[in-house]
Write a protein that binds this ligand. Sequence first.
Ligand SMILES: [Zn+2]
Length: 388
Amino acid sequence: MIEEAARVRALVEAELDLLLGDLAAWVDLDTPGGDVEALDDLARLLAACCERYGLEPELVPSATGLYLHAALRGPGRARVALLCHHDTVFPAGTAAARPFRRDESRCYGPGVADMKGGIAVAVHAARALASGPRPFGLVEVVSCPDEESRPGPPDTIERLESFDAVLCLECGRPGGEIVSARKGAAWLRVHATGRAAHAGEAPRAGRNVAVALAREALRLAELDGARAGMTLQVTELEAGEGLNTVPSHGFLSADVRAASQADLEWAMGRIGDFPAVDGIAFRIEDLGGPPPFERSPATGLLAEAAIEIGRSLGHDFGEALAGGVSDGSWTASRAIPTLDGLGPVGGDDHSPAEYVETATFAPRCGVVAGLVASIDAGLLAASPTSHD
Ligand SMILES: [Zn+2]
């Protein structure tokens, strides 16, 4: 597997201009989430590119645009998905204003790190794998059109259930780290109902929801940091129907983040444990949120193997817990062995300063290839969460 990693790395290195040319073309096409026409144009361009490189692309329609599934088959057993997305957070016109560019060490442009650079790693790792002994049964490049705005899992997630592993190519952390865990979020509203009354004539007849919610906000704020890595922010607070009325209804909203589902559920339980307040009724509205990506034993095996392969290539990195979510959160929460942050090393996502380190494309392709070969050689066989 180390040999295959080294071979793929060397091949991509020798033809880096080809990868960067593809990346430039993809970055220079704006693909804001929701612009189905633009997203489908890029999905078709990606499919054509995959076909040129020996993969069998399929474009799967959805309400938010085409999903790309491009398969590369081999004589082995491992089934590995390389998970990407081709929407960005930047509006039409951004690429014209600041197109793809590179200096001595970095590439820039809208979506270069999040995550068109990751697509470049997936497609070129697959291209290089196609030219070798193919130590796998199936490598599938998957790209979603709607990751940045979708509240639920990818439309085609059922197709990933049978894979041995999902390698998600969001960019590596600025220090090079891969991502082996991500926090999940729980969003909620607390609604309060009291009793309206004239604030001057009959203040005691009212039941004041503004005061009750203010107290609730302080109670909830105490939960921030109550468990390691758990955060809780009260993000909205609204009550009242007029200047001279005792407020009878209102709500507050909260954003809870935690590394484990157990911590999120614990927080929800505490939030719902409302104090008795005479004449005031509280009610929780659960607004959902992406699940935590917990570091399962299988994820641990993938992370340790990736770090070892990287070291053998002279590309040293560690692993990290990320606060933001990705489509890897959805696959991990379905117990599909998942590792993330395998795209090029970069940062400043969602900002004009977004960049990737050019020298990391080839070694990241090598790490992906080495992981595929390792999985084929039985890396996950002992893992309790691996599929048969
Ligand atoms: Zn992303």
